[in-house]
Design a protein around this ligand. Structure first.
Ligand SMILES: [Fe+2]
Ligand SMILES: [Fe+2]
Length: 324
């Protein structure tokens, strides 16, 4: 497929094995609502719900250990023993946790050599967060060409969002710190599915994002048919994740549209915006998805609160072992 733009025409050439199609669209009236793109695989944009759901079903499930940890995170009676049992079933997870527990960030002079020791020294909640991020990391370490995200990018951005969400909860004394951390880790999973379409229309989305009053994620919805937040919600549902995670993922760019769990969703929205400001792995869309004033008001957050969280995130960046 090739595209040219003259002053007043957007021309798209699409070639498949049997025909060559030329679409001449007067540029002035080629609004995103009327625009039709054909992707490399011959998929017409906007895509259908059926097409998206098929791709959702084709994605591998979350690792078993991640699913078990999510259900533990939800349960307030979870004990250190429960956590150790789940982690102990997965040698790679145990190794990953010990590697992170020994990173300079946690500052222990002597080596932590067992899971039990790590729980005692770092605390149950810290280990729960490390375990969740270690279990989810393989899923997120994927290059997403459409969003110009390198192999480690989505993982780093997701971890920074999770850390920011955790800090915001602690700052506001909200009771669901670990759920917010998990929601932060998973908030952009829809990008795993949407990226192949963004690759086709990325230049157009960027151009429109600078010209129009619409955010990048709104343009995704209009041009591709579905935005990455909504598709992430489909994915979360297909993995049977709890309602609050589905809501936080689905509405992380529009928390005021969430019918339930608006406060948690607002935390993830603000955390994502802060992580995006660091310019690490958030993708080409980061600067075109603004933080909503309404979300800041709901959480009674001032600019000074946001600065504190940003200082914290910068501290994390000093220790690359955390992303290991
Ligand atoms: Fe996002
Ligand atoms: Fe994000």
């Amino acid at each position: 497929m090739s595209r040219q733009r003259s002053d007043d025409l957007m021309i798209i050439w699409y070639h498949n094995t049997t025909s060559l199609i030329k679409l001449d669209i007067p540029f002035q009236i080629a609004t995103f609502e009327k625009f039709i793109f054909l992707s490399e695989g011959g998929v017409q944009l906007p895509v259908t719900l059926e097409h998206i759901l098929k791709r959702v079903r084709d994605l591998p499930p979350l690792p078993t250990s991640a699913m078990q940890l999510i259900s533990l995170t939800k349960n307030p009676t979870t004990s250190a023993k429960d956590l150790e049992f789940v982690i102990g079933q997965d040698p790679a997870l145990t190794a990953g946790i010990l590697r992170q527990a020994n990173s300079s960030f946690y500052g222990y002079a002597r080596r932590i050599s067992s899971l039990q020791e790590a729980v005692v020294l770092l605390g149950f909640q810290v280990i729960q967060g490390i375990a969740m991020s270690t279990a989810i990391a393989p899923l997120l370490k994927t290059q997403l060409v459409g969003y110009k995200i390198n192999q480690e990018g989505l993982w780093k951005h997701s971890l920074l969002t999770a850390m920011a969400a955790k800090r915001l909860c602690q700052h506001r004394k909200l009771p669901y710190v670990e759920v917010a951390f998990t929601a932060g880790l998973l908030h952009d999973i829809g990008k795993l599915i949407i990226s192949i379409y963004v690759r086709e229309v990325g230049d157009y989305l960027l151009k429109k994002a600078t010209e129009s009053r619409l955010s990048y994620v709104e343009l995704e919805g209009k041009v591709i048919g579905f935005d990455h937040a909504k598709v992430g919600g489909f994915l979360a549902e297909s993995w049977n994740l709890p309602d609050e995670l589905v809501a936080a993922i689905s509405f992380h760019h529009s928390p005021s549209n969430a019918q339930n769990h608006e406060q948690l969703t607002s935390v993830i929205h603000v955390a994502n915006g802060l992580a995006g400001l660091l310019g690490i792995g958030g993708g080409v869309d980061s600067l075109y998805n603004p933080i909503e004033r309404k979300a800041l008001d709901l959480l009674t957050l001032q600019e000074s609160d946001l600065k504190l969280v940003l200082v914290d995130l910068n501290r994390f960046l000093l220790d690359p072992a955390l992303f290991g």
